[in-house]
Ligand binder design. Sequence first.
Ligand SMILES: Nc1ncnc2c1ncn2[C@@H]1O[C@H](COP(=O)(O)OP(=O)(O)O)[C@@H](O)[C@H]1O
Ligand SMILES: [Mg+2]
Length: 255
Amino acid sequence: MVSLGQLVADIAHEINNLIGAIYANMPPLEEYIDDVKSTVDVAESCLDEVGTKTLNEYKEQIDYAFVIDDLSKLLESQKQAADRIRNIVLSLRNFSRLDQGDVKTVLLEEGIDSTLQMLLHKFKHRIVIEKDYSLNEMVECYAGELNQVFMNILANAIQAITDTGTIIITTAKVNENAIITIADTGTGMPDEIKEKIFDPFFTTKDVGEGTGLGLSISYGIIEKHQGTLTVESNQSKENHGTRFIIAIPLKITPA
Ligand SMILES: Nc1ncnc2c1ncn2[C@@H]1O[C@H](COP(=O)(O)OP(=O)(O)O)[C@@H](O)[C@H]1O
Ligand SMILES: [Mg+2]
């Protein structure tokens, strides 16, 4: 995991540099396009009748009016795409800021939000996220590893909602503990599965979809924080879904 975090950080840095270049190129590109447009206008005003006719025919051929109109739309869409890439890179950086193994003092809500951003493409337009963050307090923890826990539990919640549904995330402070709950309106699971979900390699998913490692790794990480990871699940028709409850001390006691 140490090398994975570093790899993610390096890739994020690399992409960030390239995005920087795209941003830097944008203003001169816009300026040059304006220059070319006005050059055409000036040339046009100097033409005699024959020249104007030839020019207009050519303009029609290439649909000049459309090209000019579309140019600015293309530029705008390039900018939006660059903005989105920058957001993804920011999330990757937050996620890998871990410097694995190190104890950090962080807002857990930031880690959850970065994780959601990274998973966005898997649930956008399909799942509604409801948040009730009331902890909003710095927590001393292995931040990078906790992000992995959020990632594993949220990814499972997304997979458990086959069509549309809701994921409800709450944070709170109870007796010097941070309590995070992640609930989904997915399929839920029967008791005989619930008993096994923290076992390494236990999975009900097809090869390629699941390794059965997410929850056992998460369990280990929460144990390392001297906290608890518990689950409730319901398969009744009216009220199906699963809730994971993470409780960790606000301050870690290093092993
Ligand atoms: N939110 C959830 N809803 C329903 N089942 C779940 C949920 N989270 C975990 N499970 C069950 O626990 C199993 C183990 O989860 P995990 O350790 O993350 O492995 P994987 O996701 O690779 O199968 C899953 O295969 C699934 O059967
Ligand atoms: Mg999983």
